[in-house]
Design a protein around this ligand. Structure first.
Ligand code: AGP
Length: 591
């Protein structure tokens, strides 16, 4: 959602914070702000819009400051609503990620006590609460203020003229970066990778106080030690590296990611710990967005090879469904590990006694704190808002889980591993031959609406293809099971509504061709994504994008990469802001 950063050390704080905010822009980019703290007090700088190419801001010499990049929840994007927020004395500056749910009543009470509010945000109450509670130290003021706040928060505060930063977290991410004679607080490790990879992941209720001499952490009043971890990501991973967009770079990283995942989890057998699944009566996936689509594919694959029933639920709907049972294995899939709905669904499942596994890309993320066991995807940092490489990394893990769960007489291990080893090369072929994709993208770019269809494992691919298209090109796109079109969406077919069909070379092939013929007679332009060996489909469609031959079970992977590229080139043709689509944020940390 929003991204926050704090710095204390010897470098120019304005520059460190601007760099950090730029790297966290994917968390929110409708406005941003910085406050630096020096002997003269606080200097505050706020702007509406994205940081863009700005390298540093003219905000006065200082080696201590805080910053924030915003994804508006309370109040429109404006300089007044941008963080940092100040108290009445203009001595305390606060940045916050999360939501103070009871801010209205807090605001009323504080206003009645004489505090003057200038913004519409929930965060401003934090500054005034701190002002009210400041008597001994800033740390103490924060500790006294926290019980009044309901909701989720990562907060960083500074006090004019004092060389001190104080931060705290509850259900929103905050980490401490440790350099040589310098310290950082940030929502995300990518913000500070340029300076350090030594990280302390703060826990819920931790309060950290940092001065030039070092840091201390307390939790509910007790002093605590937290381990320092070294993050294996490099700055290069978080940079565009010559690509026009992060999204394109990240799609191009997919072959390498598959290779690295196999190196990590496969020798001559699959070394993935899924002991939590022992004796399980059902598997329930909770996820949102693209991760939800990965879970749907996981369902098809796991049910095909094991006898375990699998449910897939939108995490945001999990409260309203049958509760997980003690013998259920709940799997939360979340690339960021910070999606509020997925975290809530995992917590709730745990409270019912279910075992909880997390599949995530982010070390130390909140999902890893909740889960009984974690399986990491090895995708490296993903900066583009549209999930691409992390989706494929999730699929690889799900295929590995499926093959571990396979029940005799089915033993797919050998077949899976052979296919896996060939996949990177096949994806490189797709990346090297994008002519058909770019040609079709030109045509699709001229439409306002489109439909994606698929059957069986092709259905979640249709959903994901449509999600990618709509989020970055702003073209209305919906995915449907191919068989469902007749039950309503047929009314939309015609020259203005192209249809993208995911065709898989298995028992669904023939019926998909029937569905395609039905669509054709209603006048829609049809693009089929299919295996290079499929010659039949070309007779019925306007355009075909061929993917390298794979066994049908792996077709979702090659097709997903193809549809990611199709969305990318369509959005590029239209001239969209691909890495930072309007109204979206990479990590959705509110319900
Ligand atoms: C995907 O392109 C999206 N931007 C979005 O749907 C995302 O997958 C969703 O918000 C879930 O995120 P997570 O994997 O970090 O939990």
């Amino acid at each position: 959602m929003c991204g926050i950063i704090g710095y204390i050390g010897y470098r120019d704080a304005g520059e460190v914070i601007t760099h950090g905010l730029k790297r966290m822009e994917y968390r929110g980019y409708d406005s941003w702000g910085i406050a630096v703290n020096n002997d003269d007090g606080l200097n505050v700088y706020k702007r509406v819009g994205a940081i863009g190419e700005i390298e540093t801001v003219d905000i006065g010499n200082s080696t201590l400051g805080i910053g924030h990049t915003r994804w508006a929840t309370h109040g429109e994007p404006s300089e007044i609503n941008a963080h940092p927020h100040l108290d009445c004395t203009r001595k305390l500056a606060v940045v916050h990620n999360g939501i103070i749910e009871n801010f209205l009543s807090l605001r009323e009470n504080l206003s009645a006590e004489g505090h003057k509010f200038v913004s519409e945000t929930d965060t401003e109450v934090v500054a005034h609460l701190l002002e009210k509670n400041l008597n001994t130290s800033l740390e103490n003021a924060l500790i006294r203020s926290l019980p009044a706040m309901k909701g989720s928060y990562a907060i960083v505060v500074t006090n004019a003229g004092k060389r001190e930063l104080v931060g705290c977290r509850y259900r929103s991410p905050l980490l401490l970066g440790i350099g040589d004679d310098e310290y950082f607080l940030a929502s995300d490790v990518t913000a500070i990778l340029e300076y350090t990879n030594r990280i302390v992941y703060l826990e819920d209720h931790d309060v950290v106080t940092i001065t030039d001499e070092g840091y201390t952490i307390t939790n509910s009043g007790t002093s605590v030690e937290r381990a320092i971890e070294r993050i294996p990501w490099s700055l290069e991973d978080a940079q565009r590296g010559g690509y026009e967009h992060f999204m394109l770079k990240e799609i191009h990283e997919i072959p390498k990611i598959i290779e690295e995942t196999l190196l990590e989890y496969v020798t001559d057998t699959i070394n993935l710990d899924i002991s939590l699944a022992a004796g399980t009566s059902e598997i329930i996936f909770f996820a949102c967005g693209t991760s939800y689509h990965a879970a749907l594919i996981g369902k098809y694959i796991i049910e095909e090879v094991s006898r375990i029933p699998v449910r897939v639920e939108y995490a945001s709907e999990s409260n309203y469904h049958r509760t997980p049972l003690t013998r259920s294995l709940v799997i939360g899939i979340t690339q960021s590990g910070e999606t509020a709905d997925t975290l809530n669904a995992m917590r709730r499942a745990k409270s019912f006694g279910a075992k909880v596994l997390a599949i995530t890309n982010v070390l130390g993320s909140s999902a890893t704190r909740i889960a009984d066991h974690v399986i990491y995807t090895r995708a490296g940092p993903e900066i583009g808002v549209a999930a691409t490489k992390t989706f494929i990394a999730q699929l690889i893990i799900l295929y590995l889980i499926a093959s571990k769960l396979a029940m005799p007489p089915i033993d797919e291990t050998e077949k899976f591993l052979t296919e896996f080893r060939m996949l990177p090369e096949k994806i490189r072929q797709i990346l090297d031959n994008t002519q058909a994709i770019t040609n079709i993208a030109k045509i699709l770019a001229g439409h306002n609406s489109m439909i994606y269809i698929g059957r069986n494992r092709g259905y979640p691919i249709a959903l994901e293809g449509a999600l990618k298209m709509k989020e970055i090109s702003y073209i209305h796109a919906e995915g449907y099971p191919a068989g469902e079109l007749k039950h309503g969406p047929f009314a939309l077919l015609g020259a203005k509504t192209p249809v993208v069909a995911s065709v898989i070379n298995d028992h669904t092939h023939e019926i998909m061709l029937n569905n395609i013929r039905e669509v054709k007679t209603r006048g829609s332009l049809i693009v089929a994504i299919t295996d290079e060996r499929d010659e039949e489909v070309e007779r019925y469609v306007d355009f075909t994008i061929k993917t390298p031959a794979t066994s049908a079970i792996f077709a979702p992977i090659t097709q997903a990469v193809t549809l990611q590229l199709l969305a990318y080139y369509t959005a590029k043709r239209i001239g969209c802001e691909i890495d930072k689509p309007k109204n979206l944020a990479k990590s959705v940390t509110v319900e």
